[in-house]
Design a protein around this ligand. Structure first.
Ligand code: HEC
Length: 192
């Protein structure tokens, strides 16, 4: 009798456990894919930024990023195949092509709320959109002083660079950031 009850629990447990562990597995694989894709994008953009800052200073780097950051992002995106896409988003964007959609805005607001409430930023959040579609969000925080050259109080620190930014991006929203601010996110959409 005891054995039968035990066996029933075990089999029920297995049945109950099966769907949730399948979901865990799926979200683990999304995390792996998201991490690799976001690293690839950030490495590509960061490497180019560093190279052009060193070679020509902030204004040359600004012009390089303005002309190439988006197309480099599209190139990395295309290299990942049709079931994985990668891009950068920000509520306070420089390039309007990096504006978030409604769902992405909601997640950026969650990151903002976490920051405001002293909750440690996670490496990433995974959102299940249903039908096998997931979004991996990696928050981008201003962690290096160099970011502020082009995203800080530029009008004060470098008036010539400020004019260059304003002429390239008349509706720029991506200045006046401070160290530790949430700058935006990398979004990796994965189709399982
Ligand atoms: C030399 C100037 C420069 C520096 C330094 C710089 N950025 Fe940018 N950043 C830009 C430009 C220009 C764009 C817009 C690129 C485009 O048109 O796609 C941009 C865009 C972005 C975006 C995409 C969202 C948006 O606003 O369009 C993020 C995120 C970002 N930068 C983060 C950073 C971080 C983090 C650092 C420090 C590691 C940094 N940037 C340093 C010039 C700079």
């Amino acid at each position: 009798m005891k054995k039968t009850v035990f066996a029933a629990f075990v089999s029920a447990g297995v049945l109950l456990a099966a769907p949730s562990s399948a979901v865990d597995k799926e979200s683990d694989s999304v995390k792996e894919i998201g991490k690799a894709a976001s690293q690839q994008l950030l490495k590509t953009l960061g490497g180019n930024l560093k190279k052009h800052l060193k070679a020509g200073g902030p204004e040359a780097a600004l012009r390089f990023c303005s002309g190439n950051a988006y197309s480099l992002t599209e190139k990395v995106d295309a290299s990942l195949g049709s079931r994985i896409s990668v891009k950068r988003i920000s509520r306070r964007y420089r390039n309007p092509q990096n504006a978030p959609d409604a769902g992405e805005t909601a997640v950026l607001q969650i990151f903002d709320q976490m920051k405001k409430n002293g909750i440690e930023m996670p490496d990433a959040l995974v959102q299940n959109l249903g039908n096998g579609t997931y979004r991996y969000y990696k928050p981008l925080v201003i962690a290096k002083g160099v970011c502020l050259k082009c995203h800080g109080d530029v009008q004060k620190s470098d008036p010539a660079l400020y004019s260059a930014i304003k002429s390239l991006y008349p509706d720029d929203r991506a200045m006046h950031y401070k160290m530790g601010d949430l700058r935006g996110a990398v979004v990796v959409e994965v189709q399982r």
